[in-house]
Ligand binder design. Structure first.
Ligand code: F0G
Length: 407
């Protein structure tokens, strides 16, 4: 069943509805009597669908998959000192088929869409949702329509959507304006919405929590970037389900990170408000999370309350610095929104929210190649050689500096 988180109304999973009649967000219910064990999963390949029993799609649904999930959990080594913590792992969601965590939600939501006989799917996006939806729609033979703010979609993401054959509707304003269009269009039933208001997206995205726990047990903290607040809600849903099923016996704390110019949930957290105060003109170089009116805020606030979580904001400078730290000390390329989570970890450690010995997982939501303009804006030394000999000489000079510094 699917249940409204506001009024408790219940709907059949075969309904195309993604919002309750009362306007509330919907949630897919996982039955408590679902029989699972870690050993059941262990015998299957390390991919999202290893957790099939915990994703309550009807059993006759044909799964539309690109082999998503099973992303690397990488221990940070050289950067831990700068971050002031000893036990940090980075869950690299950029390793998903289209380069972001969105693929987890899309495999589930596109599978049910296809099963329900949907022909056209739509989403508003800051880029990654549209890249992912378009790829999965292509795989399923559905028509993807994406609604984007005119400016600010990173080059890698829009290239993916074009490549996979989306039809694009540009709207004036921000992601929030594009999402309003999707809400209106859903009410009119003109296409099936695949934003994170769609509860099936959450069902896929929650699996990141399963993977983390299966690999290293329950961490003390899970830190992740927050935009429309679907992912933080999904991670919490996954964790609380594991506990209900007796697969874990404690829960981590959650830390959500927003960019300072787009931080409605951080403001609510700092001021102890029950609801975020929406922002009309969000600003940040982390375009994935340039969102002023997160629709999933009720789910996110619940996750924060229940997990004794925190929200923190970071400046664009801190984001860029964190992106460089990961790229140059760890060899991991993430997009700015994901780097925000690393910047958030540093800030939370400095503010003593996090202890240096605690076990921390940072979810790096998207790959650096998503935003090539940003990736190539970091400082670097460039040499223009005038001949082969000149080039060889330059190489010799550079390496002699490094060779001597080694000893
Ligand atoms: N990180 C990345 C790389 C994202 O693309 C997004 C959201 C987030 C974090 C935030 O996740 O919205 O669930 O809180 N991107 C959406 C999009 C909005 O359209 O691609 P959230």
């Amino acid at each position: 069943m699917i249940k409204c988180i506001l009024c408790g109304s219940k709907f059949d999973v075969y309904e195309r509805r993604v919002l309750c009649k009362c306007g509330g967000l919907l949630e897919v219910e996982l039955q408590c009597n679902t029989r699972v064990s870690w050993s059941l999963f262990k015998n299957r390949s390390f991919r999202l669908w290893r957790y099939r029993e915990l994703i309550p799609l009807p059993s006759d649904v044909n799964i539309v998959s690109l082999c998503e999930g099973g992303t690397p959990l990488i221990r940070l080594t050289s950067s831990s000192e700068v971050l002031g913590v000893k036990n940090v792992f980075l869950k690299f969601e950029g390793a998903n088929p289209t380069g972001s965590f969105k693929d987890r939600g899309m495999t589930v939501a596109i599978s049910i869409a296809k099963h329900l006989g949907v022909k056209t799917v739509m989403c508003a996006s800051t880029g990654n949702t549209s890249a992912s939806m378009t790829a999965y729609a292509a795989r399923a033979g559905l028509k993807p329509i994406i609604i984007l703010p005119k400016r600010g979609i990173a080059k890698g993401k829009i290239s993916q959507a074009i490549l996979h054959g989306a039809e694009i509707v540009f709207v004036r304003g921000y992601f929030d304006d594009a999402l309003r269009v999707v809400m209106e269009a859903s009410l009119k039933g003109v296409a099936y919405p695949l934003n994170s208001i769609n509860p099936w997206r959450i069902e896929g995205q929650k699996t990141v929590a399963y993977e983390i726990v299966e690999e290293i047990g329950v961490p003390d903290w899970i830190i992740l970037p927050v935009g429309n607040a679907g992912n933080i809600s999904a991670v919490w849903k996954g964790l609380t389900e594991l506990r209900r099923l007796g697969l874990i016996d404690r829960l981590p704390r959650l830390a959500g990170v927003q960019a300072s110019g787009a931080a409605p949930l951080v403001q609510a957290f700092k001021r102890g408000l029950e609801k975020p105060v929406f922002i009309d003109d969000p600003k940040t170089i982390a375009s994935a999370i340039r969102i002023g009116k997160p629709v999933n805020w009720p789910r996110a606030m619940k996750a924060l309350r229940e997990s004794r979580g925190v929200m923190v904001d970071v400046s664009d400078e801190e984001i860029i610095e964190a992106q460089r730290l990961l790229a140059r000390r760890e060899g991991i390329g993430v997009e700015p929104a994901s780097a925000a989570a690393i910047a958030g970890l540093k800030k939370l450690r400095e503010a003593h929210y996090i202890d240096k010995d605690e076990l921390i997982v940072v979810i790096a939501t998207g790959h650096a190649l998503k935003d090539p303009d940003q990736a190539s804006s970091h400082p670097i030394r460039v040499h223009n050689a005038t001949s082969i000999n000149d080039a060889v000489e330059i190489i010799g000079k550079i390496s002699s500096i490094y060779e001597s510094s080694k000893t």
